[in-house]
Design a protein. Structure first.
Length: 218
């Protein structure tokens, strides 16, 4: 998934980002509310992890903008305020979930994954097609009974292909969902990741190239 982490404490922001990248998500960072609004205006994020007390533009106002835009992006709001009234106020703004600091990183990752499922048409928690089974929560892939070790990018690409349920997924879409904002669209990174994915999944090949469109698992 493509995730935006908005947190004005750089160390915490970087730590959250690295943790989520370890779960095969593509993660961008913003350190204030103004930068967050700029990014959500140009990138289709699945989930925004949003600190509430932000400089430039308050987190409440960022949340209001996202809700007003009627986008499918889900918002996980972070706050140091543990009072029930504060949590209720955050949810009333339109946040989809609320997490109080300090928090456990495994819990944050699990909540992001759950919200990501809700940002698109409903899909089962375990994806399966053409003899391939992918468990996003465990980070495991099997072809039949054989475990398939994948890199983070290969795992993310396979997730998008399985989510498409047989439809072709463009290289641009894969780049948007599996790589962060620093990815160079002209490097051939998607083609290389698909090539490695095919090799690891083995024969018979299951990832097809649809000329002029992208890739699919029929």
């Amino acid at each position: 998934m493509r995730v935006l982490v908005v947190e004005d404490e750089p160390l915490l922001a970087d730590t959250i980002a690295e943790w989520l990248r370890g779960q095969a998500h593509a993660v961008d960072l913003a350190y204030d509310g103004g930068a967050a609004l700029e990014r959500v205006g140009v990138v289709d994020y699945d989930v925004v992890v949003l600190d509430r007390d932000l400089p430039v533009v308050h987190g409440d106002d960022v949340c209001r903008e996202l809700v007003a835009a009627r986008c499918a992006t889900r918002v996980l709001m972070l706050t140091a305020a543990a009072e029930v009234t504060d949590r209720v106020r955050g949810l009333a703004l339109g946040a989809d979930d609320y997490l109080v600091k300090p928090f456990a990183f495994p819990e944050l990752a699990a909540r992001v994954l759950a919200l990501g499922r809700r940002s698109r048409p409903a899909v089962p928690p375990v994806l399966s097609r053409a003899g391939i089974t992918l468990d996003p929560a465990r980070g495991e892939v099997f072809r039949g009974s054989r475990y398939v070790p994948l890199s983070r990018k290969e795992f993310a690409v396979l997730t998008e292909l399985l989510r498409a349920e047989g439809a072709a997924v463009s290289a641009e879409r894969l780049l948007e969902k599996a790589w962060d904002e620093h990815a160079d669209p002209f490097t051939g990174a998607v083609r290389l990741a698909v090539l490695k994915l095919r090799r690891k999944l083995g024969d018979p090949p299951v990832v097809e190239t649809v000329t002029g469109v992208g890739y699919r698992i029929p």
